[in-house]
Design a protein around this ligand. Structure first.
Ligand SMILES: Nc1nc2c(c(=O)[nH]1)N[C@H]1C(S)=C(S)[C@@H](COP(=O)(O)OP(=O)(O)OC[C@H]3O[C@@H](n4cnc5c(=O)[nH]c(N)nc54)[C@H](O)[C@@H]3O)O[C@H]1N2
Ligand SMILES: Nc1nc2c(c(=O)[nH]1)N[C@H]1C(S)=C(S)[C@@H](COP(=O)(O)OP(=O)(O)OC[C@H]3O[C@@H](n4cnc5c(=O)[nH]c(N)nc54)[C@H](O)[C@@H]3O)O[C@H]1N2
Ligand SMILES: [Mo]
Length: 778
């Protein structure tokens, strides 16, 4: 066993800035992954886990939700550098024992970064801290569950919240939602609220499903693929292979991004000979360096240009028969897009008319277009309108339900889509609740619960007594870091079902429990019927099994379904109508329930054991039908909106470095962007730096402004970087304290993580100390 000394914490003075790269992956990526694996887990565990990741019968990579091929052969190593890092992070043999907790008081741990915290290792035993105590101490599992039971029974269901992060497997998520509803609350916020909620809000009313409508095979026959607001080289590296292969088959790829991300430019596939010794592949045929928040204007302009082309050459662009039979609202849409104000469009997008026209011509020539997007489109006030505009452009050319075409929201956490399918949602539909009630003999509450933003407000107003977190790191993932942390500390009980220590554990409620659990790579075999497996759903609606084989680092870890069942028994009583114990003992029992409750899961137990699992029904993709309230897809019309910063301000987006998984930092090397050994940076265009009176590497405090109040984050280095003009970029979660809790996307309530108005002031200690965040700026 390797227990190398934990890393020292980040020293921002060691920041190194080099040139951004234009090529992603290559041999270096493989070397980096193996090195990280060996350091954390040793050679045997690393090799064992790498050989099983994303293989049939193996475990699902905890990295991202990009699918594996279900038709063709899988590569011997179906992983990527960042998947390998995610696995190394989890399969580490470093452990956080009761002795470790005894050596580190909370006051010390509050001064640490996530880099240091996460690198301490896997939590080995259940721990508790009570009001007035300075350290976590060990507790038995029975006492831990009894504590949860007491706290929940002492309050009301509305003051109890069950948060979920998207690694949670289907079976666990189903039980967890059932537990909340049996108790009497829909307070089920999840990471999806902060992530792709805007996609769901845009897609459900327009195409009748909140998910993507393409499969991996569609990439083989697409003629144009747009990649908008997404950094696949870092966040979905296996997508680059799909894009490179699609280009070989003749597709054109168009990237839309304020940053020239390495993976969008060039790619060396470490699994192909060309990628190892050759020059690699070009990924994008066109790159639109758009301003942050300019996409609504872009897609309105694209719609306008396509309609103009149709007028010039009737019958060549617009899929009239499809539109007539399957859609609603075309006339109003066509009318709204008849005229275009080019001057405003150019200001909003930062692009020229010629650049936009070139891309419109590519779309016009395409008979099958896929539009992919991620967070660059979901975390702004007008995100839902932007995404509906994307749908308009797809509908115009009939890009649904035919090979090589469709909408492709690329999801984040590896099972975030599955968790929603399983009912993790604060606004569940009547169908789900009625089915749960019929199956289990409970009466689920009909009132909606808190989403993640509402949970943040509820913490602020002291309206939460018990907060249970199934994975994740709510304190750092959400907006308003300081206020949220203060709110969490006023709650009666926080419960953290976790694999590794994180910030939320140390800004805990008055009483707090840490419940250590098995991860994806761990063997789950302490059951009367032998080893158990779980299942997940990827970004393209494929459900398949996942089963870890590594020996858990401690004998005290419990599997997530077991933890949920025992919480349920403690909260609802041993004699509750639902047989929680049967589900915890044998996961087939959970799947049998699911098969009767959720459409598309009929015969779940048999089908999930098939070679490739199974694909969930998807009406737009399968039958070109749209299950909206009117039984048709909808064109929509929204006014033009974009982000225009006040004088002296830039629009700040927050993003992930190449060495992090959300709030987990694997390392300090954002290799493709040339940033090393530091994270408190703000990337700014060189000419904006000059205009604002700063220079590269100046140390500043960042002030964000929203509705008359300001937030401040101290000590960031400005870095001259080729981003779009008027825009800046910083890392998540360092910049989360700058996000006002009311800065959210309309309809979806997703935080405006990519829409802050910021200015910089020279960093001085005095100014930082006297800052008044609610003083209205004159
Ligand atoms: N290795 C690794 N993999 C991950 C994650 C991770 O942290 N690490 N996280 C997972 C999760 S939960 C998620 S949700 C996904 C996130 O995947 P991404 O959405 O790729 O994540 P971000 O790093 O937020 O990158 C956002 C991208 O959008 C661009 N962008 C920002 N604003 C705009 C805009 O207004 N318009 C356009 N067109 N582009 C814009 C940014 O420049 C950046 O390239 O990745 C998942 N996979
Ligand atoms: N500024 C800004 N903020 C953002 C974003 C952004 O782009 N910008 N992105 C948002 C997005 S897309 C998301 S998804 C959220 C992420 O929010 P979360 O999902 O809440 O955060 P993570 O950092 O993914 O959670 C990491 C923790 O999960 C635990 N964990 C890891 N694996 C397991 C497991 O198998 N089981 C259990 N029980 N626990 C496990 C570990 O203890 C680890 O510390 O953040 C959001 N916040
Ligand atoms: Mo996400």
């Amino acid at each position: 066993m390797i227990r190398s000394a934990p890393v020292s914490d980040i020293n921002e003075d060691n920041l190194v800035v080099g040139d951004p790269k234009s090529t992603a992956a290559g041999v270096e990526a493989v070397m980096v992954s193996l090195k990280r694996g060996y350091a954390q887990a040793g050679v045997t565990r690393t090799v064992r886990s790498m050989l099983r990741v994303n293989q049939r019968g193996g475990f699902d990579c905890p990295g991202c939700a990009w699918p594996e091929s279900i038709t063709g052969a899988r590569k011997p190593a179906e992983f990527c550098e960042n998947g390998a890092k995610a696995i190394a992070e989890e399969s580490t043999t470093r452990i956080v024992t009761p002795a470790w907790w005894a050596a580190h008081p909370i006051s010390e741990l509050r001064g640490k970064t996530e880099y240091w915290m996460g690198n301490q290792g896997r939590i080995s035993e259940p721990m508790i801290i009570r009001e007035g105590e300075t350290h976590y101490t060990p507790i038995t599992w029975s006492e831990a569950f009894a504590t949860i039971g007491e706290h929940v029974k002492a309050t009301t269901p509305e003051r109890t919240v069950f948060y979920t992060s998207g690694r949670t497997a289907n079976e666990t998520a189903f039980m967890y939602g059932l537990l909340a509803r049996s108790l009497g609350t829909n307070n089920l916020p999840d990471c999806s609220n902060m992530c792709h909620e805007s996609s769901g809000s845009a897609l459900n009313p327009t195409i009748g499903i909140g998910k993507g409508t393409v499969s991996l095979q569609d990439f083989d026959s697409a003629q144009v693929i747009m990649v908008v607001g997404q950094n696949p080289g870092t966040n979905h590296p296996r997508m680059l292979s799909a894009l490179a292969e699609a280009r070989h088959k003749g597709a054109k790829v168009i990237a839309v991004n304020p940053l020239p991300e390495a993976g969008l430019m060039n790619f060396k596939d470490p699994q192909s000979v060309n990628g190892v010794i050759g020059k690699g592949d070009v990924i994008s045929d066109e790159f639109l360096q758009i301003k942050v928040g300019g996409d609504l204007a872009l897609f309105q302009a694209l719609g306008h240009l396509l309609l103009q082309e149709e007028l010039r050459n009737p019958g060549t662009i617009v899929d009239k028969s499809f539109i007539e039979a399957q859609t609603d609202g075309y006339a109003a849409y066509a009318q709204a897009r008849e005229e275009l104000d080019w001057e405003t469009t150019e200001i909003a997008t930062g692009l020229t008319r010629a650049e936009i026209t070139k891309v419109a011509d590519m779309l016009a020539a395409s008979k099958a277009t896929i539009i992919c997007w991620a967070l660059g489109l979901t975390q702004q006030p007008h995100s839902v309108d932007t995404l509906r505009e994307v749908i308009n452009v797809l509908l115009l050319q009939g890009n649904f339900g035919k090979p090589g075409a469709g909408a492709c929201p690329v999801r984040g956490h590896s099972n975030v889509q599955g968790d929603r399918t399983m009912g993790i949602w604060e606004k569940p539909g009547e169908n789900l609740l009625a089915a749960l009630d019929a199956e289990f003999g409970i009466s689920s509450p009909r009132e909606h619960g808190y989403d993640s933003t509402e949970a943040l407000h509820a913490f602020e107003k002291d309206e939460i007594d018990v907060f249970v977190s199934m994975g994740g790191n709510f304190a750092l993932a959400n907006s308003e870091t300081e206020r949220l942390e203060a709110g969490m500390q006023r709650a009666g009980l926080t419960v953290h079902i976790s694999t590794k220590p994180n910030r939320s554990h140390v800004v805990h409620g008055k009483t707090s429990l840490i419940l250590p659990t098995l991860g994806r790579t761990d063997r789950d075999d302490k059951h009367p019927g032998g080893p158990q497996f779980l299942s997940v759903e990827d970004s393209m609606s494929v459900v398949h099994s996942t089963q870890g084989r590594l020996t858990p680092v401690s004998e005290h870890l419990l599997a997530e379904p077991v933890i949920v069942a025992r919480m349920a028994q403690a909260i609802l009583g041993e004699d509750h109508v639902i047989d929680w114990k049967a589900m915890a003992e044998d996961y087939d029992v959970i799947r049998d329930h699911i098969s009767r409750v959720l459409p598309g899961f009929e015969d779940f137990n048999a089908r999930v054991r098939g070679r490739n699992g199974f694909v969930l029904p998807n009406p737009p993709r399968d039958t070109r039908t749209f299950a909206t309230d009117i039984g048709k897809a909808r064109f929509t019309v929204a006014p033009l909106e974009f982000l225009s910063p006040p004088e002296g301000h830039l629009v700040l987006q927050t993003m992930r470095s190449h060495d992090q998984y959300n709030t987990t930092f694997y390392g300090l090397d954002d290799r493709y962007r040339g940033i090393k050994n530091g994270r408190r940076v703000v990337l700014v265009h060189p000419e904006d730096l000059i205009e604002l009176g700063f220079k590269d590497r100046d140390m500043v405090d960042v002030i964000s402004t929203f509705g008359g109040s300001e937030r401040r984050a101290n000590k960031f280095r400005l870095v001259s970087y080729p981003t779009a003009r008027g825009c800046a970029a910083a890392y998540f979660p360092e910049a989360n304290g700058l996000v006002h809790r009311e800065l959210v996307a309309r309809e979806s309530n997703t935080p405006g993580f990519k829409a802050m108005m910021v200015r910089f002031v020279e960093h001085t200690r005095e100014a930082s100390a006297t800052f008044d965040e609610d003083a209205v700026r004159k």
